[in-house]
Design a protein around this ligand. Structure first.
Ligand code: ADP
Ligand code: MG
Length: 276
């Protein structure tokens, strides 16, 4: 009996964790210094080309800004990278080896790609600290131990992330009592609990005060290096304050790429976007 129980237990564990181990076998190969390769990407919705032969490369540790008029395909591109939308053709690789088009949405999150949506989705009734704890639990390897005691290492990571997002003083407040900006930072902190290699951030400063925007600019620029970031934002003052390389999307294609100065002087960009 005892043996049978043990056997069943191990079967269950295999079913839960077997494929995750194989996921971890996937190595993020950054030997060419590029974390994201998007090539010949196309996706149409009822004949409308939302992404039309798009190529985009993001370097490891880079902070890339993605701008462009409404409907240019920015969010659709993030949907494809995170496995929410499947393209009609093209390829999307994470490092040299990991073919993202073969992975599910949750597998993509687990190989190290985090996405921040526009609306913060924190657990309002939980403390800030607990929100970070729960974010750790998304990682199924941590989940079984979560309701036991946190390890020293896990506590250290929570404290470290509280520091990075500047919410140490709010750690024991309910997340629902935070300002809009603080909630956005908390959500970024929740993503950081997974220590993703690549962070996709869609319109982070919408609805923020000027001061909160400045703080967000500092936060995102401080994350570059250890992480790579792809940031979509409409607020041009904000983009200017964080931008190194900027990609302008228009009708599902790359219209221009360069520094903020190069972009702003590009007549095609002025015509379709900045001149609006
Ligand atoms: P952006 O984020 O640059 O404003 P989007 O990627 O949201 O642009 O949208 C690009 C175009 O694709 C838009 O015209 C939008 O209406 C369309 N689109 C996006 N997702 C879908 C979908 N799931 N079904 C139909 N059309 C879509
Ligand atoms: Mg969008």
């Amino acid at each position: 009996m005892q043996v049978l129980k043990q056997f069943r237990k191990s079967m269950r564990r295999d079913r839960q964790f077997g494929f995750m181990w194989s996921l971890e076998d996937l190595d993020l190969d950054l030997s060419h210094g590029v974390v994201l390769y998007v090539e010949n990407l196309r996706v149409g919705f009822d004949g409308f080309k939302a992404i039309d032969d798009l190529d985009l490369y993001v370097d490891a540790g880079e902070l890339r800004c993605l701008i462009g008029p409404n409907g240019a395909g920015k969010t659709t591109l993030m949907d494809i990278i995170t496995g929410r939308t499947r393209p009609d053709c093209g390829s999307v690789f994470f490092g040299m080896e990991i073919d993202l088009l073969r992975l599910s949405e949750s597998e993509i999150a687990r190989v190290g790609i985090g996405r921040k949506f526009q609306q913060p989705t924190v657990f309002e009734h939980h403390l800030v600290y607990e929100n970070l704890e729960l974010a750790m639990a998304v990682d199924k390897r941590v989940f079984p131990t979560l309701f036991a005691r946190l390890s020293g290492e896990q506590r250290d990571r929570i404290d470290e992330v509280l520091g990075i997002v500047g919410l140490e003083a709010q750690a024991y407040r309910a997340a629902g009592s935070l300002s809009h900006g603080q909630k956005q930072w908390l959500e970024i902190g929740m993503l950081l609990m997974q220590d993703p290699y690549l962070l996709l951030v869609d319109e982070p400063v919408t609805g923020m005060t000027h001061q909160e925007m400045e703080r967000t600019a500092e936060l995102l620029t401080s994350l570059a290096g250890r992480h790579s970031l792809l940031v979509v934002e409409h607020d041009m003052d904000f983009v200017r304050s964080i931008a190194r390389r900027v990609t302008v999307l228009h009708q599902g294609r790359v219209l221009a790429e360069g520094t903020m100065d190069q972009i702003q002087e590009d007549p095609r960009v002025v015509e379709v976007y900045l001149g609006e």
